[in-house]
Design a protein around this ligand. Structure first.
Ligand code: FNR
Length: 373
């Protein structure tokens, strides 16, 4: 169907599923083990209900936002999803160009050593002058490589460093593992330095052997010493770890389960939000301008975003929603997805009675059906 027929972010998923090669669809759509968490990520939003306020003169509503000091046209950033070129020849550059045009922030990817992703420098080169970008980092076993990479990113103007902490080992994504990482001649398609990866471990495992499982809280001081970028830990799931992150002096956390791709039967980020905000309030006045709490996982509607903001999130990340939009329609798809979200923000903000992001307050939702409460 023509891109104009896309009415919501789910529509892009249906098109992507129809047009993608089986291997790419398996890699993108898969979750860990029984995929309970990936389903739960969507389901959790359906347990939060709105308490809309009326008669507030909503002729003008403004959903623009500041994320880590950077202007964004919406309270959403585009989260890193690897191997974009499996789904479209321009890969992640589709996102960079669309994001630049529409004032949205992209979290660019770590330099995963494969041919299926755009390199970090390609992404920065494709960005407009002054276009803010964040960077997602997997910490390499060789810390010198990590250090060089982080400092290079800072020099190139990256605004924040998201260190992924929920992937000391990649999860078992069995749909993906059933797709053998071999080309038509039966040769393993994995690049140099990855020989310890067996051919039948799927794409995810084939690309992840450089990630350092020894990473620990002790390393946080080192990261703070090598960069002035704000450091955000991506993949926090408990109040205990949220407080450790706060005490480690980083600038924020992402409540995320990696889009359901890591530990199965872990809670959704949304579900973890209320207890984590409650824990952080014990450390001082909240919201705290020096510490951000982001959420991702299962977000497909502006109404999902508004629920997370009401429960205390600083902003929200979307992965697959944008990934599928460029698999289906390239840059145009991402632009359409952004436009759909803008329309949804306008309508939903009017309907809940919030004229700006700071008017979205806890009283606008009933979250009593969340099991973590
Ligand atoms: C991811 N995600 C991810 N995260 C990360 O820190 N490094 C990575 O390389 C990847 N790669 C990746 C690939 C694919 C195909 C997906 C779907 C996801 C996780 C991503 O940043 C984000 O946390 C989730 O995608 C959020 O969930 P939704 O929006 O996809 O439901």
């Amino acid at each position: 169907p023509p891109v104009d027929e896309m009415l919501n972010l789910h529509d892009f998923e249906a098109v992507a599923k129809a047009v993608l090669p089986a291997k790419a669809w398996a890699y993108y759509s898969s979750g860990g083990e029984d995929e309970i968490t990936i389903r739960e990520n969507r389901a959790a939003f359906q347990r939060v209900w709105f308490r809309p306020r009326v008669l507030r003169d909503v002729s003008h509503v403004d959903w623009s936002h500041i994320i880590l000091g950077q202007k964004s046209s919406m309270p959403v950033y585009i989260s890193a999803t690897a191997l974009g070129k499996l789904g479209h020849p321009d890969g992640e550059l589709n996102v960079t160009r669309a994001a630049g045009k529409h004032g949205v922030i992209q979290m660019s990817l770590d330099q995963i050593p494969t041919l299926a992703s755009c390199s970090f420098d390609e992404i920065v080169d494709a960005a407009q002058p002054g276009q803010p970008l964040f960077l997602q980092l997997y910490v390499n076993r060789d810390r010198e490589i990590t250090k060089r990479y982080v400092q290079h990113a800072e020099k190139r103007g990256i605004k924040a460093l998201f260190i992924t902490v929920d992937a000391p080992q990649l999860g078992r994504r069995e749909k993906d593992m059933r797709m053998k990482v071999v080309d038509d001649n039966g040769t393993a398609k994995v690049q140099d330095g990855q020989q310890d990866v067996k051919k039948n471990e799927g794409i995810s495992r084939a690309i992840s052997s450089f990630i350092d499982p020894s990473l620990s809280w002790k390393d946080m001081a080192w990261f703070r010493s090598i960069t002035n970028m704000p450091i955000i830990l991506k993949g926090i799931a408990t109040p205990e770890d949220a407080l450790l992150a706060y005490d480690a002096g980083v600038q924020g956390i992402v409540l995320s389960n990696h889009g359901g791709r890591q530990l199965d039967t872990s809670f959704s980020g949304l579900e973890n939000l209320p207890p984590i905000i409650a824990a952080l309030k014990t450390r001082g006045p909240w919201p705290n301008p020096n510490f951000s709490v982001f959420v991702d996982g299962g977000v497909r509607r502006a109404s999902d975003v508004l629920k997370a903001l009401a429960l205390g999130a600083s902003a929200v990340g979307i992965g697959r929603g944008f990934l599928y939009s460029f698999c289906a329609y390239g840059q145009e798809g991402v632009e359409k997805a952004i436009q759909i979200l803008h329309d949804e923000f306008q309508m939903n903000m009017r309907l809940i009675g919030a004229r700006s992001i700071n008017e979205i307050v806890a009283e606008m939702v009933d979250a009593s059906a969340l099991s973590s409460r």
